[in-house]
Write a protein that binds this ligand. Structure first.
Ligand SMILES: [Zn+2]
Ligand SMILES: [Zn+2]
Length: 417
């Protein structure tokens, strides 16, 4: 679902259209880049047709928009589903249970401190709403089966408000200007509502390197910006830009692309995994653990970019299992900007949610690992961002030297090159 939002440029006021996932605005008029940052999910509203003098009367009903992958691990294996949905966060008789295709058919407006009217709060918590969405989309695993793990990954979570106009003759959908015939006007008017809250505010940040003041590089939906002047990487965090440790393995001359991975060093006491050798033994890999692996902390390698669920999990597993080849054959060095670096579009927080899934997927004997999953609490020792070289091979990108293959068709490419 491609949902667009109208966003005036903070510098020149020009009308810019963004995707709801975008965190970076590059103004086509004044060329200034601005970062969009907020302490919680972004909040938007469907455009209303209410006259300016009646804007104070608008009542905004919250819908949660979730886009991401849901994975489950049960006795029969790992299942996944791509979910892109809007669910009502404050169900009321007569109101639509979902916004359906409407957010795609029109440009949304961001709600901000000058937005008049009042907002209804969520009646359910976010986890319950996601669970309900998963159920509605008939999420797999038969009821009798044991469910060992469930994870929501790579999601965009935002609020989209439906504006209503309560009048003496009924409640009106303020987008269409039509009455909601089955809605109970008096009970809707009795609901508790609040004006715009200051903590919902979205802030604009300058895209200057906090270290050297140079202009940072990045694409609309990227979550880590890089500085070509001092070779540093900056993550968009809750309180602004935070420096992220970033390294790379430089490839041979025919390297066509560098892809980012989150490298997460962990201990998994519940399954007795501390070293890479432990991991190889516990997951029954067809490899003989080498002496050096006993000393090497267990590290998961998770793509720092979005992929379809099946390929995402397969890539993470292959990278994690084959990590020893990389460390043997190549030197790790400080990141140096290259022309063909793919942007980071999957945040570290989501990568951390994947560890148990990658462990489950790596297990050649499910019974040895799956039943332990509910007790596995990964203890994270360190994390960093690492760019790895890939070769161009017809329809695929092939990692050098590990050999992990990513089909070109699944990377929306042509964006940074
Ligand atoms: Zn501008
Ligand atoms: Zn810099």
């Amino acid at each position: 679902m491609n949902i667009q939002v109208e966003q005036p440029c903070p510098q020149c006021g020009g009308a810019v259209t963004l995707s709801v996932e975008d965190h970076l605005l590059t103004c086509p008029y004044c060329k200034v880049k601005s970062l969009l940052q907020s302490s919680g999910p972004f909040r938007y509203a469907l455009p209303d047709r209410v006259a300016p003098k009646r804007q104070d009367d608008i009542l905004y009903v919250p819908y949660l928009r979730f886009k991401g992958n849901i994975f489950t691990v049960s006795e029969s294996g790992i299942a996944y589903k791509v979910l892109d949905t809007t669910q009502d966060g404050c169900p009321q008789p007569g109101l639509p249970p979902s916004l359906g295709l409407r957010p795609q058919a029109m440009k949304l407006a961001r709600v901000h401190r000058k937005t008049k009217g009042r907002f209804l709060p969520l009646a359910l918590n976010i986890q319950e709403i996601l669970k309900k969405a998963a159920r509605l989309h008939s999420m797999f695993h038969q009821e009798k089966e044991a469910l060992y793990h469930r994870a929501y990954i790579g999601e965009t979570l935002s609020y989209i408000y439906l504006p209503l106009l309560p009048r003496e003759d009924g409640v009106f959908d303020a987008v269409l200007g039509e009455p909601l015939n089955n809605a109970d006007t008096s009970s809707i008017q009795r609901l508790k509502s609040v004006p715009f809250r200051s903590q919902w505010r979205m802030r604009f940040l300058a895209t200057l390197c906090p270290r050297c003041g140079w202009n940072l590089d990045g694409e609309g939906d990227c979550l880590v910006l890089t500085c070509t002047n001092c070779d540093t990487a900056w993550r968009i965090a809750k309180n602004g830009l935070t420096q992220t440790r970033c390294t790379m393995f430089s490839g041979p001359a025919d390297t066509a692309l560098y892809l980012p991975f989150w490298r997460i060093a962990v201990k998994l006491p519940a399954v007795k995994i501390q070293s890479f050798a432990d991991f190889i033994r516990r997951t029954n890999q067809p490899l003989v653990p080498q002496k050096a692996w006993e000393q090497q902390a267990m590290q998961f390698w998770i793509p720092a970019f979005k992929l379809r669920p099946k390929i995402f999990l397969r890539t993470a597993k292959q990278m994690t299992v084959s990590q020893s080849r990389l460390l043997q054959e190549q030197q790790e060095k400080k990141m140096q900007m290259q022309p063909a670096m793919y942007p980071v579009t999957l945040p570290l927080s989501e990568a951390k949610q994947c560890l148990k899934l990658v462990l489950a997927d790596s297990a050649t004997n499910k019974r040895k690992i799956y039943p332990h999953l509910p007790y596995v609490k990964p203890k994270i020792l360190a994390n960093s961002l690492v760019f790895l070289p890939f070769k161009d091979r017809h329809h695929d990108w092939v990692q050098i030297p590990g050999g992990t293959v990513i089909p070109k068709s699944v990377l929306h490419f042509g964006r940074t090159l």
